[in-house]
Design a protein around this ligand. Structure first.
Ligand SMILES: [Zn+2]
Ligand SMILES: [Zn+2]
Length: 165
C-alpha cells in the first residue's frame, strides 16, 4: 500500500512535553542503516523524514539542541525533549538549519511514512531483509536521481530563500 500522505502528521516525545506538527508530507524518507544510526537508535536502522524546518511547527514545549558527532565528521544537532530526552529530529551540516530529519518513530501514526530509499546498506544488519524493488544504495545517493520532481522543486525553493541569521 502506498504511504498515506494526507494531513496532519503530529508527533512528540514520550512524556508529551514536546509536541509538533508537520504541515505537509516530507521531501523524502530515509531508512538509514549506518552504524551511527544504529548506535543512536539502539536498534538496526533509523527512519528519518526530511522536511523543510518551517513545515515543522511546535505545538507544545521547546526541544533542547544537542551537538552530536556524525558520520560526515561535520556533526549534527539533535533536538531532544528537555525532560525525557527523546530525540525528535536532527539537523545535519548538509541541509543546515533549513532541513529537519524528523524521526518517524516519534509520529503518532508512524506507519503512515514508509521509506523512499534505504541508505548505507553496506552496514545493514544481515537479518534485515529489504523488500524487492525498493531503492537501496550501499552508502549515499544523488537526490536528482531518486527524488520525485515535486520534492526537487521544493528543495530548489528552499535554497533560493535568503538565509535567516
Ligand atoms: Zn519528553
Ligand atoms: Zn545513518
Amino acid at each position: 500500500m502506498p504511504a498515506d500522505h494526507t494531513l496532519p502528521f503530529e508527533g512528540g516525545c514520550d512524556c508529551r512535553a514536546v509536541r509538533y506538527r508537520m504541515t505537509s508530507a516530507p521531501l523524502f524518507v530515509h531508512c538509514c542503516h549506518c552504524r551511527w544510526c544504529q548506535r543512536e537508535t539502539g536498534a538496526s536502522f533509523a527512519l528519518n523524514a526530511m522536511i523543510e524546518a518551517d513545515r515543522v511547527i511546535l505545538l507544545q514545549g521547546t526541544p533542547e539542541v544537542i551537538n552530536t558527532p556524525s558520520n560526515s565528521g561535520r556533526g549534527q544537532k539533535i533536538s531532544r525533549c528537555p525532560t525525557c530526552r527523546i530525540a525528535l529530529w536532527s539537523n545535519y551540516a548538509g541541509g543546515g538549519d533549513a532541513v529537519r530529519f524528523v524521526r518517524v518513530g516519534t509520529l503518532d501514526e508512524p506507519d503512515r511514512l514508509t521509506p523512499d530509499i534505504h541508505i548505507f546498506t553496506s552496514s545493514k544488519q544481515p537479518w534485515v531483509v529489504l523488500p524487492p524493488n525498493m531503492p537501496a544504495v550501499a552508502e549515499y545517493y544523488d537526490s536528482e536521481k531518486y527524488w520525485p520532481a515535486a520534492s526537487l522543486e521544493r528543495r530548489r525553493a528552499l535554497m533560493a530563500k535568503p538565509k535567516r541569521t
